[in-house]
Every structure is written in structure tokens, then in C-alpha cells.
Design a protein around this ligand. Structure first.
Ligand code: FAD
Length: 383
């Protein structure tokens, strides 16, 4: 096991206790209903879970990446939807604002994001050929277009929105051309006239997490709500996505841990032919593969988090961790389901089918496996 400091171990223990007490008892019902229980969200805010990445001078904990990662992992072990709600709020919305927003914006929104307001990060386009546009109009930008698959989007109070705010001239090989200029804009949902929010639909996994389609129809956003430098939206988005991938990897590790525990518990208690199935080598081999790959995924995830904490390059490690941990979670959950036999496919009997469905989605969120491979290859082949 990767060496955690005393403080990191304490945060992990605190997160485990919270998740087992407040989240685990709600997980199956939330999954079945396909909605997030507001009481669970209140509990997350009440415990300080949503303020982990908010700097301490703005009312949060100012946790290190590794501390944060252990908390995400523990939440996912009990309920991956909760881990998604918390991690998108933290490692994408809060992290981008904490790193790039003006002092005025930081002082205004970060304390609320630590204690009561839910954040979202709206980058993915419904149709990438028609990106959301937000041209300038006096002292406002006017947003029109549709964002898709936005976690927390249907209920978020604060949305970091990426939109095309204009065009800039670029020169390549002596030729000049115009390119879209994308900026990050802070949207406060309560002041966003013209914003329509709906669910993206019924998901295969992470069902309880509110993931939505956000349609902006002439939503006026004050010019003072540009986050960071105008035109630098994509650079900032890709920057925080590197860190976000470590959170996504931690989520996958947490799901894998839950699946492994379910499989070992079941193998020890299920008796066929007069022996617990744990006595059969075929089952032992599955458990060994699951435990080994999971430990490797955890080590890679912690290594990426530690590199980020030390201020070392971490983008490649983050992509490797996300790629390996998500595919490992799918593998481990699939094997866990196999160990359960028929009981594994019935939702009312064992949570392992939920782990199987949740794990699959981790291979898509925050960049598909294919995109992670492109990132890794880019680093390896940079010359
Ligand atoms: C549950 C959930 C929550 C999400 N939350 C958020 C959120 O909070 N905010 C947000 O902005 N987005 C969010 N997303 C969107 C998510 O990040 C994207 O769905 C994901 O990055 C894939 O993009 P896409 O859906 O546009 O797929 P596409 O880009 O259309 O990809 C389709 C397929 O083509 C492959 N592909 C695409 N481009 C390439 C390429 N260049 N090289 C090789 N293969 C390629 C992909 O790997 C994939 O297999 C969420 C998605 C889900 C499912």
C-alpha cells in the first residue's frame, strides 16, 4: 500500500466513516430512482466534503490532491454517483475558479461553493459542429447554444460555461486565418434568464448523478464574469481536466474496491457442493487478478496525485491513471459479478450489478479511454 501520511490517513478514515453513515444507506434507492437525494447533498456540504478543494482562505479545507483523492475513493466505494457529483464540483468547477478567477469572483463564489452552492463545468457540446456562442454585447456576453452531459447541470447554482466569445487572427506558415476564441464564463443559475435545464436521459450507470442538457437562449452574462483571460478558455479547461482525471481515476478505484469486497465476502459465504466457493481455485484466480490490478490502479492514481502535489509534471500520469483505473474498475466489477453467479445480475440481491454499470461509465467521463491514450502517446512521442 502507498505510504499515506498521518493526515492523509485521517482524511481517508473521516471520508470512509461519512460515506458509510450518510451515503451508503441511500445509494441503492438513489440508483433505482435515478435522482440524487437532496439530503445526501446537504450531508456532503454539512460535512465539508464539497469544500475540500476550496482554499482555506476562502472557507474551505485547501486539501492536497492526494487527500482529496482518498476522499473521492471512499465516496465511490459507497456510491459512485455521489463521487461524481462531488468530484466535478471540486476538481473541475472549484479548481478552475480557484486557479484562474479574479479576486472578486473568488471572494464572491468560493465560500458558497464550500458550504452550500453546487458547481458544474459545462464544456461538452451537444453538437461539436455548432459550439455554444457568447458574443459581446455592451457590458455583457450573450450565450446561445446547448451543452450536453453536464454533471450537476440540472441543479447546479454555479456553472463554469465555455463559449465562443469571438474570433482571433492566427498566423501559421505565413498564412493568416480566423479561429474561434473560447472563453470561460461564470453563470449564476438564479440570474440566468433563458437557461433551460433538463436531464440528459436515463444512464446505464452513475444513474443518480444529475447529468443534464443545458440550453442557453440569449442568456446575458456580465462581462465581469469572464474567468481568467478572455480567449484562454480551452487552455484553462484542459489544464483542470488533467487534475480532474486523477479524481475520475480515484472514483474508478473506489468502485473497484467495493466490487472486490463484495466478491470476497460472497465467495466466503456462498456454499456449493458442500464448500464455500472461495475454496475453488477458479474463484481464487479471479480474486487474485482483481486485487492485483486494483492495487496497481490505486498506486498509479496516488502517484499522479503526489506528482501534482509536488508541483511536478502530472498530465501524462493523470491520463495513465484515468485510463488504467477505469478499465480496471470495469474488469474488477465484471469479475465480481461473475463470482456472484445468478445473484450478481439481480439488483435487489446484491449491489454488484450497480458497480458493474457504474464502472463502465468511468471509461467515458472526463475523456474516453481513446483520448487518454492520445494524451499518453503525445507525451511519449514528443521528441
Ligand atoms: C455521466 C457523464 C458525465 C459527464 N459530465 C460532464 C461534465 O460535467 N462536463 C462536461 O463538459 N462533459 C461531461 N461529460 C461528457 C464527457 O466528457 C464526454 O461524453 C466524453 O469526453 C466523450 O465525448 P463525446 O461524448 O462528445 O464523444 P465523442 O467525442 O463524440 O466520441 C465518440 C467516440 O469517438 C472517439 N473519438 C472521438 N475523438 C477521437 C479522436 N480524436 N481520436 C480517437 N478517438 C476519438 C471517442 O473515444 C469515442 O469512442 C459527461 C459524460 C458522461 C457520460
Amino acid at each position: 500500500m502507498f505510504d499515506l501520511t498521518e493526515k492523509q490517513t485521517e482524511i481517508r478514515a473521516w471520508a470512509r466513516e461519512f460515506a458509510e453513515l450518510e451515503i451508503a444507506p441511500r445509494a441503492a434507492d438513489m440508483d433505482r430512482a435515478g435522482t440524487y437525494d437532496p439530503a445526501a447533498l446537504d450531508a456532503l456540504f454539512g460535512a465539508g466534503m464539497m469544500g475540500l478543494l476550496v482554499p482555506s482562505d476562502h472557507g474551505g479545507t485547501g486539501a492536497s490532491t492526494l487527500e482529496y483523492v482518498t476522499a473521492v475513493e471512499e465516496l465511490a466505494r459507497c456510491d459512485a454517483s455521489t463521487a461524481l457529483v462531488m468530484s466535478i464540483h471540486s476538481s473541475l468547477c472549484v479548481a478552475l475558479l480557484a486557479e484562474h478567477a479574479s479576486d472578486r469572483i473568488r471572494e464572491h463564489v468560493l465560500p458558497e461553493l464550500a458550504t452550500k452552492k453546487l458547481g458544474a463545468f459545462a464544456l461538452t457540446e451537444l453538437d461539436p459542429t455548432k459550439p455554444l456562442v457568447a458574443p459581446e454585447d455592451g457590458d455583457h456576453f450573450v450565450a446561445s447554444g446547448t451543452k450536453m452531459y453536464i454533471t450537476n447541470g440540472p441543479i447546479a447554482d454555479v456553472i463554469v460555461l465555455f463559449g465562443v466569445t469571438g474570433q482571433i487572427e492566427v498566423e501559421k506558415d505565413g498564412k493568416k486565418s480566423l479561429r474561434d476564441e473560447t472563453s470561460a464564463l461564470l453563470v449564476e443559475a438564479e440570474h440566468a434568464d433563458g437557461l433551460t435545464r433538463e436531464s440528459a436521459g436515463t444512464k446505464i450507470g452513475l444513474r443518480a448523478a444529475p447529468v443534464g442538457k443545458l440550453t442557453f437562449d440569449g442568456v446575458r452574462i456580465p462581462a465581469a464574469h469572464v474567468v481568467g483571460k478572455r480567449g484562454k478558455g480551452m487552455r484553462m479547461a484542459f489544464g483542470v481536466l488533467d487534475g480532474g482525471r486523477i479524481g475520475a481515476a480515484a472514483m474508478a478505484v473506489g468502485i473497484g474496491q467495493a466490487a472486490l469486497e463484495a466478491a470476497t465476502g460472497y465467495a466466503l459465504s456462498r456454499v456449493t457442493g458442500g464448500r464455500p466457493i472461495a475454496k475453488f481455485q477458479a474463484v481464487q484466480l479471479m480474486i487474485a487478478d482483481m486485487a492485483t490490478r486494483l492495487e496497481a490502479a490505486r498506486a498509479l492514481t496516488y502517484q499522479a496525485a503526489s506528482a501534482m502535489d509536488r508541483g511536478e509534471p502530472y498530465a501524462e500520469l493523470a491520463a495513465q491513471a484515468k485510463l488504467f483505473a477505469s478499465e480496471t474498475a470495469s474488469f474488477v466489477a465484471s469479475k465480481a459479478l461473475q463470482v456472484h453467479g445468478g445473484a450478481g445480475v439481480v439488483a435487489e440481491l446484491h449491489p454488484v450489478e450497480r458497480y458493474f454499470r457504474d464502472a463502465r461509465v468511468t471509461e467515458i467521463i472526463e475523456g474516453t479511454s481513446e483520448i487518454q491514450k492520445l494524451v499518453v502517446a503525445g507525451w511519449e512521442l514528443r521528441g
